[in-house]
Write a protein that binds this ligand. Structure first.
Ligand code: ADP
Ligand code: ZN
Length: 223
């Protein structure tokens, strides 16, 4: 099964995607994490990727598609994948559809997490991530605090703030979202594949509740 996670930066699609990955037994692929793993390595591709990410700009489609398709051909993706952050443009979505079609596969559902902008900004600025790339657990200083300040509950590594989680970059990322990624919901809606979860901080819905709601929908609609 292929699930696409849609939503603004910081809407929680990474956390929810990881939860779904664990409960459905399908690999979780985050384009942002994939890019950050390249940018940690030295070399041309890493430097090029970094130059876009630090400014909050999108990595160009051709490079994004090349690296994501390469990742999707690895053996752990043979039963499908939860795609988080990819596709992010209509061109990426169309190319992905063709790529899957050639293998007799298709996207089964696109899940959109819908959270208001003012809540996005406060969430991202309070976000902390595990510095251990193999762990990558995500925390929030307000509603998902680590047990020990500054330390990852899962692996004991130091927590850091992502370089692109500043107010300026977040505003640029939100702008990109409205200019390009927002059209994706429409793209999947036309194919009757869109499932939207609307929430706000007052609604007190946790990522766990949202993952559960999506799983119930999947059980009802497609399993
Ligand atoms: P967020 O969704 O919180 O902005 P991600 O970790 O998904 O963060 O992505 C971080 C950065 O990586 C983005 O701001 C963008 O520069 C780049 N990126 C991730 N996915 C894509 C994509 N599909 N196409 C182009 N650029 C991407
Ligand atoms: Zn960790």
């Amino acid at each position: 099964m292929y699930i696409v996670m849609l939503g603004k930066p910081g809407s929680g699609k990474g956390t929810v995607g990881k939860m779904l990955s664990e409960s459905l037994g399908i690999v979780h692929i985050s384009s942002g994490e994939l890019f950050r793993s390249y940018s940690k390595k030295t070399g041309k591709i890493g430097e090029e990727i970094d130059s876009y990410i630090v400014k909050g700009n999108l990595v160009p489609d051709n490079l994004t598609i090349e690296l994501l398709e390469k990742r999707l051909l690895e053996t752990d993706c043979k039963n499908g994948a939860i795609l988080d952050g990819f596709p992010r443009t209509v061109l990426q979505a169309q190319t992905l559809d063709t790529f899957l079609q050639k293998q007799g596969k298709k996207i089964n559902i696109a899940v959109e997490l819908d959270l208001a902008d003012q809540e996005i900004i406060s969430r991202i600025v309070k976000r902390r991530v595990c510095s251990n790339m193999d762990c990558g657990e995500v925390y929030n200083l307000e509603f998902k605090k680590p047990k020990v300040e500054g330390i990852c509950d899962k692996c004991g590594s130091k927590l850091i703030q992502r370089e692109d989680d500043t107010i300026e970059t977040v505003q640029q990322r939100l702008k990109n979202y409205y200019e390009t990624s927002a059209k994706l919901a429409e793209y999947y809606k036309k194919q009757d594949l869109l499932y939207t979860v609307k929430f706000n901080l007052q609604s007190n819905k946790t990522s766990k509740d949202i993952a559960q709601e999506i799983k119930e929908y999947l059980n009802k609609e497609m399993l």
